[in-house]
Design a protein around this ligand. Structure first.
Ligand SMILES: [Cu+2]
Length: 171
């Protein structure tokens, strides 16, 4: 009976370790330019593929700038009187992209968002990679991506249980 449980157990732990082994990457926003006026962040974000667990680092001079994580609507309007999800102002802010969805950032210093200090990043569920969303592109597919991860995990769990039951019946 012990051997009949071996295959599903191995499958289960393989799937578990696969999730754990996915390495997070740290990205410095704007690379050497940091988070500042005069950098094209749309271009920067399009040059990278972001995956769940990756970390964005915003480097800037405190007081001169800040980082607001906002809704897509606020990103587009640059009106941060509403739609602010999180505020950062340490000058070296680390933001973990914890979900397969689109993240929107602006600098909430008068004129900076309109001047181009805003960025959207699209985060992929796994190593497949996804480009940054274009300014006019809608992000309807974000929910789908999250759904797919859940489905994949359930698929592995279901198969493990099925194999275990089958293994017990065989003895
Ligand atoms: Cu700024």
């Amino acid at each position: 009976m012990a051997s009949s449980l071996l295959a599903p157990a191995i499958l289960f732990f393989l799937s578990l370790s696969a999730e754990i082994c996915v390495r997070a990457t740290e990205y410095t926003v704007g690379d050497g330019d940091g988070w500042d006026t005069g950098t094209n962040y749309l271009r920067w974000s399009q040059n990278h593929n972001f995956t769940v667990g990756d970390v964005l680092v915003f480097n800037y001079v405190r007081v001169l700038h800040n980082v607001y994580q906002v809704t897509e609507e606020t990103y587009r309007s640059c009106n941060w009187s509403s739609g602010v999800i999180k505020m950062y102002d340490s000058g070296s802010d680390q933001v973990t992209l914890a979900e397969a969805t689109s993240f929107w950032f602006i600098c909430a210093v008068e004129g900076h968002c309109q001047g181009g200090m805003r960025m959207g990043v699209k985060v992929a569920a796994s190593g497949g990679g996804a480009a940054a969303p274009a300014p006019e592109e809608r992000s309807n597919d974000a929910g789908d991506a999250v759904g797919r991860v859940v489905v994949r995990r359930w698929w592995v769990v279901c198969w493990s249980v099925l194999l275990m039951v089958w293994g017990l019946r065989a003895t």
